[in-house]
Design a binder for this molecule. Sequence first.
Ligand code: E4P
Length: 216
Amino acid sequence: MEVFIDTANIKEIKKYYEMGIVDGVTTNPSLIAKETKSFEEIIKEIVSVVNGPISIEATAENAEDIIKEGEKYSKIHKNIVIKVAMNEEGLKAIKELTKKNIKTNCTLIFSANQALLAAKAGATYVSVFIGRLDDAGNDGMQVIKDTMEIFKKFGIKSKLIAASIRNPIHVIESAKAGSDVATIPFKVLDLMIKHPLTDKGIQKFLDDWKKVKKDV
Ligand code: E4P
């Protein structure tokens, strides 16, 4: 499974990209709004660090303007993927952007039906929002499983992104379901690395190493 980092913060991106565990980046308007730098500056920095898919969200509300926005962002760098919200205008825009060989990430997907339609329109990626579904009392992971089953059954080429991940269990379950990608927040990546028994184990080995007789 590919791992994307779900942030617009360059320090967070650098930390995990340089460790070799991150394949791409997803941003959205809310993540960008948390940063102090300008939108252009943020994107410039991300593309200079990460050699992998970088999703930027179009915020126009009709297909024609989404397409224009997508064309503009895709000129910034070859790795830019245009995030398009799942609705009628979004689907029309995805179809046209795909024709122009511009990669898309259909976002805000909350059902396997929406994922199927985004794939039909030609989306390169479809992002199912697990955490927001769970928050609303639905079973986010079931939507991941259903989408994967449908995509596999029909050999659908769109890649499934498990998004809105809130904890390490979401990552394990998404990987088990065969999700192509998980886009993971910085804090969850931190949690995935750590285990108290690892820390305890390292300390014990270090303590015991001090007791070992050494020639030099
Ligand atoms: C996906 O690409 C989105 O940026 C993200 O996963 C949304 O997650 P949230 O529900 O934590 O805002």
